[in-house]
Design a protein around this ligand. Structure first.
Ligand SMILES: Nc1ncnc2c1ncn2[C@@H]1O[C@H](COP(=O)(O)OP(=O)(O)O)[C@@H](O)[C@H]1O
Ligand SMILES: [Mg+2]
Length: 90
């Protein structure tokens, strides 16, 4: 049986908001990922997929929201900071 303890939570993004001039790219996005899971991010052009991943990669700073990684709240202030956390985006 798969239990929560055998698949601990890796990533939790909560209430992520990101505005660009003239566009609200992310409007309170929540995403939870546990170890071993594979997720597919789907949405039409302009839905905010790339922006969400760029927030995770430290390439964009969210206007609001929280990110927890391996159980700790983190601020991913740069792409270098993401890599330091072992968050790699290809
Ligand atoms: N660097 C940027 N500057 C201004 N607007 C942007 C920028 N990046 C994305 N956007 C806008 O944010 C919205 C989401 O874009 P994006 O995350 O690229 O969507 P997707 O990857 O799902 O196609 C769109 O309206 C897009 O035009
Ligand atoms: Mg995209």
């Amino acid at each position: 049986m798969i239990t929560e303890s055998s698949h601990p939570e890796l990533l939790r993004m909560t209430g992520i908001i990101k505005h660009f001039p003239g566009a609200k790219a992310l409007d309170g996005v929540d995403l939870d990922i546990r170890a071993g899971e594979v997720h597919c991010l789907l949405g039409q052009n302009g839905a905010g997929k790339s922006t969400l991943i760029k927030v995770l990669a430290g390439a964009h700073q969210p206007d609001a929201g929280q990110i927890s990684w391996r159980g700790e709240t983190v601020r991913i202030g740069s792409t270098q900071a993401a890599l330091k956390l072992q968050l790699a985006v290809e």
